[in-house]
Ligand binder design. Structure first.
Ligand SMILES: Nc1ncnc2c1ncn2[C@@H]1O[C@H](COP(=O)(O)OP(=O)(O)OP(=O)(O)O)[C@@H](O)[C@H]1O
Ligand SMILES: [Mg+2]
Length: 223
């Protein structure tokens, strides 16, 4: 049996809404194994980004627990949380979030944990993602697809257990969007990572192993 890298158990999250509170996630549970690429779909405002933020330790749940590589990380200190995010989690956002004044290789070096001996080598990542020629380029000189691939390389640089991607293909045309999702898939399979991708693009769901939908604050398995 494969190792479960991400486990959410009975997560509840609400936001204050005037004097009321609005439930966004209602008892959401989810497990993602090593080598598994999961998708989360659902209408705008349904709570997909909230779910990724909670799972990625950017936002605390009201209740429930989060396990990363088997370890319960729900109540850890802020310092420990930052450490876990840096070492075990990689994020890819809709708009690459690259730093404008850094060349691709420096984007990776900037986030790279220098104490990591087993870190993935920048050369390998850039080659696997087909952006070696962008190594010394600034984001402004790269295409949308190249920028998104650089963001994926950056997300993988510390050899994280889990990748969270929030609409990573939304700013790309269909063909480039698909290529980006294929690359996330390839890295997940090659390196035995777990990935959760939020997407509106149903044409790329065939690349994922599982599809979940957020419906009325609940997470339901669609495929
Ligand atoms: N910090 C916040 N405070 C209050 N309400 C919030 C906050 N962040 C998000 N919300 C609300 O929670 C709901 C879920 O937001 P979320 O960003 O998770 O949706 P989403 O599914 O990612 O939507 P989209 O597809 O548009 O990105 C929305 O109605 C949003 O307005
Ligand atoms: Mg969102």
């Amino acid at each position: 049996m494969s190792e479960i890298l991400l486990e959410l158990k009975d997560i509840c999250k609400s936001y204050p809404d005037g004097s009321e509170k609005r439930v966004i996630l209602d008892n959401v549970s989810l497990s993602v194994q090593a080598g598994e690429f999961a998708a989360v779909v659902g209408p705008s405002g349904s709570g997909k980004s909230t779910l990724l933020s909670v799972a990625g330790l950017l936002l605390s749940p009201d209740s429930g627990s989060i396990l990363i590589a088997g370890k319960d990380v729900t109540g850890v200190s802020k310092k420990e949380r930052t450490h876990i995010r840096r070492r075990q989690i990689g994020f890819v956002f809709q708009n690459h979030n690259l730093i404008p004044f850094l060349k691709t290789e420096d984007q990776l070096a900037f986030v790279q944990d220098k104490s990591l001996k087993d870190k993935i080598r920048t050369d390998d990542l850039l080659r696997e993602l087909g952006i070696e020629k962008c190594r010394r380029q600034y984001p402004s000189k790269m295409s949308g697809g190249e920028r998104q691939r650089a963001a994926i390389a950056r997300a993988f640089v510390n050899d994280p257990d889990i990748i969270f991607a929030d609409e990573p293909t939304a700013s790309l045309d269909a063909e480039r969007g698909r290529a980006v999702a294929e690359m996330i898939r390839a890295e997940v399979k090659r390196r035995g990572k777990a990935a959760v991708m939020v997407t509106h693009d149903t044409r790329i769901l065939d690349l994922t192993d599982k599809v979940y939908r957020i419906e009325n604050s609940r997470l339901v398995t669609e495929r």
